[in-house]
Design a protein around this ligand. Structure first.
Ligand SMILES: NC(=O)C1=CN([C@@H]2O[C@H](COP(=O)(O)OP(=O)(O)OC[C@H]3O[C@@H](n4cnc5c(N)ncnc54)[C@H](O)[C@@H]3O)[C@@H](O)[C@H]2O)C=CC1
Ligand SMILES: O=C(O)CCC(=O)C(=O)O
Length: 454
């Protein structure tokens, strides 16, 4: 007897329950899935065929997840062992694409939440890239260049067999920048005996990197936030902004916001935050890069150098500003932080890091009139320029800085417009969080539907 089709909300609930049951020790993954799925009921109203083919249960299950041993020798001659991961989540619209994260907090649940978000983010860019993510619980803090190199070489000895320019294309994320990508690519090239530089993005310019990739994520965040401000009849001009973190996403966001007339007054690290009332711009932004590459992971160094106030053990969300942009890591804005943000009269929160707000925090912010720019849309500029790097590698040529930046800007503005359009079309008004989920999902769902049940 044919199964009776459940209504969309019941179907979504059923899938969420299965995800919880199958992945009980992965709270970040469950959180990401719940946040996305609760926007999708109107999509299933319009596409009951997706329910019939159980598309959603297939969508929340990674196509492949790989876990491997990474042994390496430290500077004292001790043999260390870390764990490596690559989750190839969904390849319906293109080769798996997404960064590698090296951080002691990494486990399969973190990589799965990031890979899941990446599917929708990559779809939003309009470029042909599927969703994947990887990394390791390796802690780069305090490691020498030689240790990082030996670790990367060992990581690639296993990873190489799972990736390729048309298969899966990793890049950077927390703890992985141009230095690590260089070591990883060097090892890949040695193993393969071929110059397949489309296998990784975020490369140095001398061996196939793209101009503007280093800045792309932050520039994209600033462009996206600028669209939100424009829609509300305002701009960055004269506004104060609280950022968190001090890594690649933070400095590049600060750089573009400063160019657009805003004043960034906070950055943070695992040790606390600093408040710089004169604004973090120019040479101070260069110093953030020096701090990041020092491997110390300490923001207090900024306060010591520039003589500004340092707040140990605190996050910057209690500072009175006009715009809040978290740029460090997941779940950095909890409900209590959201309450402080609302109490300070902040009207705009644009997510720079992946899933920086808990689901309760997003709900609280939105129900108190704050416009939330979701990370999968706001920070998609990074992966978009990665896809442009792949395109340049395939063509064996390089575009100018102006060309890449122009394309990046166009892609980000389109993401904003498509998210708004989807939100309006599916009854979510101006809710960018729902709009981004729906616009990304529609593209992947259509590709999965067309390719049959698998
Ligand atoms: N690099 C890229 O192209 C993209 C990065 N992202 C996201 O942006 C965020 C930042 O990434 P990057 O700037 O590339 O990394 P990064 O390694 O350059 O900087 C990470 C920053 O976050 C802080 N941080 C990391 N884990 C923390 C923790 N558990 N508690 C407190 N602070 C912590 C570090 O102190 C550092 O300031 C991450 O959520 C990443 O997934 C999103 C899109 C693209
Ligand atoms: O550039 C890429 O491939 C991935 C960037 C990334 O990890 C992300 O968008 O979160």
């Amino acid at each position: 007897m044919a199964k009776v089709r459940p209504n969309p909300s019941a179907y979504i609930e059923e899938v969420i329950e299965k995800v919880k049951k199958r992945n009980p020790y992965e709270p970040e993954f469950i959180q990401a899935v719940e946040e996305v799925l609760k926007s999708l009921a109107p999509v299933f109203e319009k596409h009951p065929e997706y329910i019939d083919e159980n598309l959603l249960e297939r969508f929340v299950e990674p196509e492949r997840q790989i876990m491997f041993k990474v042994p390496w020798v430290d500077d004292n001659g001790n043999v260390q062992v870390n764990r490596g991961f690559r989750v190839q989540f969904n390849g319906a619209i293109g080769p798996y694409k997404g960064g590698l994260r090296f951080h002691p907090s990494v486990y399969i649940g973190i990589i799965k939440f990031l890979g899941f978000e990446q599917i929708l983010k990559n779809a939003l860019t309009g470029l042909p890239i599927g969703g994947g993510k990887g990394g390791s619980d390796f802690d780069p803090r305090g490691k020498s260049d030689g240790e990082v190199m030996r670790f990367c070489q060992s990581f690639m000895i296993e990873l190489y067999r799972h990736i390729g320019p048309d298969i899966d294309v990793p890049a950077g994320d927390i703890g992985v920048g141009q230095r690590e990508i260089g070591y990883l690519y060097g090892q890949y090239r040695r193993i393969k005996g071929a110059f397949e530089n489309g296998v990784l993005t975020g490369k140095g310019l001398s061996y196939g990197g793209s101009l503007v990739r280093l800045e792309a994520t932050g520039f994209g965040i600033a462009y996206f936030c600028n669209e939100i401000l424009k829609h509300e009849g305002t701009s960055f001009e004269g506004k104060t902004i609280a950022l968190s973190g001090f890594g690649n996403v933070t400095w590049s966001t600060a750089k573009k916001i400063t160019q657009l007339g805003g004043k960034v007054v906070t950055v943070s690290g695992p040790d606390g935050y600093v408040y710089d009332p004169d604004g973090i711009s120019g040479e101070k932004i260069d110093y953030l890069r020096v701090m990041r590459s020092s491997g110390r992971d300490r923001v207090q160094d900024y306060a010591d150098k520039y003589g500004v106030e340092f707040f140990p053990g605190q996050k910057p969300w209690g500072v009175k500003v006009d715009v809040v942009i978290p740029c460090a890591t997941q779940n950095e804005i909890h409900l209590e932080d959201a309450k402080k943000i609302v109490a300070n009269g902040v009207k705009f929160v644009c997510e720079g890091s992946n899933m920086p707000c808990t689901n309760e925090a997003i709900e609280y912010l939105q129900s108190n009139g704050v416009i939330v720019g979701p990370s999968k849309a706001a920070n998609a500029g990074g992966v978009a320029v990665s896809a442009l790097e792949m395109a340049q590698n395939s063509m064996r040529l390089s575009w100018s800085e102006e060309e890449v930046d122009r394309r990046l800007h166009e892609i980000v503005v389109n993401i904003y417009r498509n998210a708004i359009k989807a939100a309006e079309e599916y009854g979510f008004g101006h809710n960018l969080v729902a709009g981004a989920n729906i616009a990304g999902f529609l593209k992947v769902a259509d590709a999965m539907h067309s390719q049959g049940n698998y």
